[in-house]
Ligand binder design. Structure first.
Ligand SMILES: Nc1ncnc2c1ncn2[C@@H]1O[C@H](COP(=O)(O)OP(=O)(O)OP(=O)(O)O)[C@@H](O)[C@H]1O
Ligand SMILES: [Mg+2]
Length: 414
């Protein structure tokens, strides 16, 4: 049974531009016909369906039209063209500020919300304890809503909306404002709704939550449905596009910056220079430099060195730092059991990571070369290089690294 259907839905807003006009504009404005503002299509010809018991994730960049789509579902807005069909009692947690009356207390709002949903005062009284308990906002339940913090507001809104036994639950990124314990509590309740066969519409930028909660997804891109399908499909194609977009951005920013820029910043480079690190290259799976490197794929850090005199047993080392400053690793060829007998003249040293375990983020790289005892620094480039890691699909999303591990399960009784 189809619970929600968008059929060629478009939504146009008229923007009343208030920007100050120039003197000349004001003079010519009298003759201009465009005095009614500019139009803006927040949604354009969007179609999708949700069956009973499905959970649908709506994803997309800021301003893509997600909240607008939810407001059409809840009839806060009407479509400009096309049709929105809904079946069943909807509880919606939209952006802050919608739903509650600011001058009423939390308790009074509970009854008001109930009456809007068709519940009597007695019905709501029976649920009040549970609502107050879940919201856990203490004596603030008797304070006017306008004095609530955004976290308190969300706590109460979530508690009420999910207490009235809706058939469809709509949430718009609301959980982002709560603290972690509350977020967890909300997610548990949302999962139990799903288990109970209710229909869920979930808007979030937390793609891994969307992936695990939702079976279907719609990717909105500047008002258009770019991809409609299973959550995995839609999220993967969204991630791919985001990665490509970022790569293009980076290319624009980095073409001018070569890896040799380290020389420019003397403060970041020191050493006696018997061996010089002339140049560092980062190479991807095809052995060529990339704008982005991917979790799970090969990454090679290539030193191009020049030894101005013969040096025995040099130590090539490096350090990788996460963008937050955390030191992730600091290997060198000697610790790794790969001594280099001697160097004189130019050469290369490769440090190859067959399956990059780093999770998406920005990383800094320090490289150095020392003498056999680590006492003399020939050349040291402090955090002179930078690289970005992305993921084709996020299997692990917390922490810094993905360990090469596996899971095994065995039941021990029954
Ligand atoms: N009432 C309105 N009047 C004019 N423009 C609006 C109105 N509501 C939304 N818009 C515009 O429509 C576009 C889509 O907005 P919407 O809030 O649906 O985006 P969103 O996908 O929810 O973004 P976010 O991820 O930032 O929450 C935006 O450009 C927004 O400025
Ligand atoms: Mg929004």
């Amino acid at each position: 049974m189809t619970i929600i259907e968008f059929a060629n839905v478009s939504k146009r807003f008229i923007l009343h531009l208030n920007r100050p006009r120039s003197f000349r504009d004001r003079l010519t404005g009298i003759f201009s016909s465009n005095t009614h503002g500019e139009e803006f299509w927040a949604l354009r010809d969007v179609s999708f369906k949700i069956e009973k018991g499905q959970s649908l994730g709506l994803i997309g960049h800021n301003g893509a039209g997600k909240s607008t789509a939810l407001k059409l579902m809840t009839r806060i807005l009407e479509p400009t063209s096309g049709q929105v069909r809904m079946r069943g009692r909807v509880a919606a947690l939209l952006e802050l500020g919608s739903g509650f009356h600011p001058d009423l207390s939390g308790r009074e709002n509970v009854f008001l919300y109930g009456s809007l949903m068709g519940f009597s005062r007695r019905d709501m009284l029976a649920r009040l304890d549970e609502i107050v308990d879940f919201a856990d906002i203490g004596e603030f339940i008797d304070t006017e809503i306008k004095h609530y913090s955004s976290g308190m507001y969300t706590r109460l809104a979530f508690a009420v909306a999910t207490a009235v036994d809706p058939e469809i639950l709509i949430t718009d990124e609301v959980l982002a404002v709560g603290d972690e314990a509350f977020q967890r509590k909300c997610m548990e309740r949302i999962y139990s709704f799903r288990q109970a066969g209710k229909t869920i519409i979930f808007v979030s930028h937390a793609l891994e939550i969307v992936r695990s909660l939702c079976d279907h997804a719609v990717w909105l891109d500047r008002g258009e449905a770019r991809c409609v399908g299973t959550a995995d499909e839609v999220i993967d194609s969204y991630l791919q596009e985001t990665n490509r977009r970022e790569a293009r951005e980076r290319q624009r920013h980095t073409t001018a910056q070569s890896w040799e820029d380290a020389d420019a910043e003397q403060s970041k480079r020191w050493g006696t220079r018997e061996i010089e690190i002339k140049h560092i290259e980062l190479l991807g799976p095809k052995g060529t430099p990339q704008d982005l490197y991917y979790t799970g794929e090969p990454l090679t850090i290539r030193y191009h060195y020049r030894a101005n005199i013969p040096i025995n047993d040099p130590q090539f080392g490096l350090a990788i730092y996460h963008g937050s400053g955390v030191h992730v690793t600091g290997p060198n060829n000697r610790f790794s059991g790969y001594p280099i007998a001697s160097v004189h003249g130019s050469g290369i040293v490769d440090y190859t990571i067959p399956n990059l375990p780093l999770l998406p983020g920005m990383y800094y790289l320090t490289v150095a070369v020392h003498d056999a005892n680590g006492l003399v620094t020939f050349d040291h480039h402090e955090r002179a290089y930078r690289f970005t890691v992305r993921s084709h699909s996020l299997k692990t999303s917390y922490g810094l690294i993905e360990l090469p591990a596996r899971w095994v399960h065995a039941a021990t009784d029954g």
